[in-house]
Design a protein around this ligand. Structure first.
Ligand code: ADP
Length: 393
């Protein structure tokens, strides 16, 4: 196959103490007309190093045995000045130097040729190959540099967006809380009597404020997770009681959705290590999803028992008789911002952050979270928590 390298000027530095050998390399290369060769010459390693730095040749022919240093020492010394990977170096080894070849290649040499096998053909080919290899390497290096730069820019933009939504969530929460409080005051009749219609409208407005607050809280939690500021403080506690309180707080929502919610708390459960506020958040999130994705007249069961597969751990489950999740969607539902749309691709509210936050909170408790589900068959979300004894005993 013909070489793809066009005939162009090529500055070759020959580092060789023998003038006769220098002359031989020059002649052999000139017979091989791939390049318009220009030669630079050095008779010692020291002189060669200086020329590599000052003249930056396109290729170097390096005799392994030089009067002052050997080829390997030359590569190591060059590494401190110019990266050997920036200049293709072909090492010429004498009889008995074969052993150093592997080391020379590791040290940054592009190729080697035993002196007794030198020919115009293999010297020329070695130069062409080395040049092509280094051009390719330089192109890859340039691509890598550009990618790194693009990455840095993207990281910077990402940081800006993150801090913007963090700041925005904070800024929106205060007026939202105030609006909700005033709506509550009016609903409580403190600002005068209300008609039924006014009461209904205000209730909707209040629910909308709550929805927005949930979303903003999720955004703030994700910002805290991103910056490592979401910390949990696990203390010994009773998961059964936490579960019961979470169910009670969601009872009005379940009633409104026409879904019955049952709880099954195994007797004599050991104390677990949990951050009550955060585990309540996980439970209300999972229960909220179960209510959201289960049609009216469905059922949701929350249960907690000793983990049958892992002594020293408890297993919490939230099962529903809802629409279930396909296996492709399952692979992604714990990803941040992922929302599996229903068949009609209707937007169903939410930000796609709930399960991501649940997963991170459970992980911060050293537990695991997963789901078993199938389309049309309902879903069961599982998570585990360590018992107090497991973590301390
Ligand atoms: P969101 O509910 O805000 O969309 P989540 O992170 O809580 O975000 O849930 C991600 C996706 O997982 C949801 O969009 C939904 O499609 C699916 N999902 C979660 N829980 C259930 C469930 N119990 N039944 C069916 N699908 C669910």
């Amino acid at each position: 196959m013909e070489s793809t390298v066009p005939v162009k000027p090529l500055r070759v530095l020959i580092i060789e103490d023998s003038a006769a050998d220098q002359e031989i390399y020059r002649r052999l290369l000139l017979e091989h007309a791939d390049f318009d060769y220009h030669f630079l010459e050095a008779k010692s390693g020291e002189e060669g190093l200086q020329l590599c730095v000052s003249a930056h040749p396109d290729c170097v022919l390096l005799d392994y045995l030089l009067p002052d240093i050997n080829g390997l020492e030359f590569l190591a010394a060059l590494d401190g000045e110019v990266s050997p990977s920036a200049i293709p170096i072909i090492m010429l080894t004498g009889y008995g130097n074969e052993m150093i070849v592997a080391e020379a290649m590791r040290g940054g040499a592009a190729d080697y040729i035993p002196k007794d096998a030198l020919s115009s053909e293999n010297l020329g080919r070695a130069v062409v190959n080395a040049i092509e290899k280094y051009q390719l390497r330089a192109a890859i290096e340039e691509q890598r540099r550009m990618l790194e730069q693009t990455n840095a820019e993207l990281r910077h933009k990402n940081e800006e967006i993150r801090s913007f939504y963090h700041m925005l969530s904070h800024e929106l929460k205060t007026p939202l809380t105030a609006a909700r409080e005033f709506i509550s005051i009016i609903l409580d009749g403190l600002a005068g009597a209300l008609t039924d219609e006014q009461r209904d409208y205000l209730s909707i407005a209040k629910d909308s404020c709550d929805q927005m607050t949930f979303g903003l809280n999720d955004l703030l939690d994700v910002a805290r997770l991103d910056t490592g500021k979401l910390r949990v403080t696990p203390r010994p506690g009773c998961i059964g009681s936490v579960l019961k309180r979470a169910v009670a707080s969601m009872a009005p929502l379940a009633q409104e959705a026409g879904i019955s919610v049952h709880q099954v708390v195994a007797p004599e459960l050991p104390e677990v290590l949990l951050d009550e506020r955060r585990i309540t958040q996980v439970l209300t999130n999972l229960l909220g999803n179960a209510l959201k994705y289960t049609p009216a007249a469905g059922q949701v069961v929350l249960a907690v028992k000793d983990d049958p597969h892992r002594p020293g751990w408890v297993l919490v489950t939230v099962s529903d008789t809802g629409r279930g999740i396909t296996s492709e969607q399952c692979a992604r539902i714990f990803d941040r911002l992922y929302q599996a749309r229903n068949d009609e691709a209707v937007f169903e509210g939410g930000l796609g952050l709930g399960l991501y936050i649940c997963q991170e909170v459970v992980k911060l408790h050293h537990g695991e979270i997963w789901v078993e589900t199938a389309p049309g068959q309902g879903s069961t979300f599982f998570f585990t928590l360590p018992t107090y004894e497991e973590m301390t005993g």
